[in-house]
Ligand binder design. Sequence first.
Ligand SMILES: *Cc1c(COP(=O)(O)O)cnc(C)c1O
Length: 326
Amino acid sequence: MYGSGVTPRYLSINSRIVPYADANVHVLSSAFKYGMVVYEGMRAYWNADKQELYGFRLGDHFQRLLRSMKVARMAGDFTPAALEEDLVALIRANELREDLHMRVLAYIDEDDGRMGSTGPVAIAMAAMPMGRYFAKEGVHTQISSWTRISEADLPPRVKAAPNYHNSRLALLQAKADGYDDAILLGPGGKVSEGPGYNIFIVRDGVLATPPGTDGILEGITRDTLLRLAREDLALKVIERSIDRTELYIAEEAFFCGSAAEVTPILSVDRHVVGGGRPGPVAERLLDAYLAIARGATSDRYGYVRSIRADAPKASARTAGSAGALT
Ligand SMILES: *Cc1c(COP(=O)(O)O)cnc(C)c1O
């Protein structure tokens, strides 16, 4: 069973819709032996008033996937548009009408597991129901003694499965020490991010987040929030390096990511942040973000597309894979 507690009926492998149980990879593949997997995580939101499902910045996620594949030297001739249509076909096949998290994996799928293989590259997709990622209104965090990966060893801006070994060590250490989550510093001692989410702080009324060159994953949510903060909320915003002790004295701190959305950080190393409650900037940004993502307000940035969960499955691509459905 999948971790969300709901097993999707179908997954998509190489543009074919296949039953969940048939989505396999060989144990001797490079994907498995060397972790040769890059991926994306993105969301779609169900709007009950409009009876419509909205995908959020899907094209931007697929563009990042292709960039990750390039750095990882994965071969293949993929386009963001075709990948997006495969994902939409999968969501329709599963007839999903609720908030979703979608995972797209690009991996080296051969069975002799040679380390230098650059292909063939397979694409797997899954769409699962997902509500809020964190059950609580915010998280208590620890500065990890693990350092965030740097460009000198593994490329931080590539969304690669093996990078998550670093993230997991930090997360599991934090949990073992009685915290909810971790914040990783980069090799230079500056704040980078959480194990799978970017970080923002508010200091003296100014919203700040580490720049793309401080070893962060260049998050699409981070980019969205920067834009909403500047253009919609008229906040002062700066991308700059952040010191550890600034977290202790910030008015607010919060994580953000496709899964985490906007999640307030209530304490860092047991220093209470912003009164230990979600702060006003985090709350306003979350509201503005969800209003667009859920299709409740005008989409002035062209971020969302309707997926029409209940549209007839009539496209040529879906029809071509219909044989796998039966
Ligand atoms: C995916 C991810 C994020 C958040 O990126 P989004 O595009 O906003 O989902 C942040 N850090 C890491 C390490 C990630 O893998």
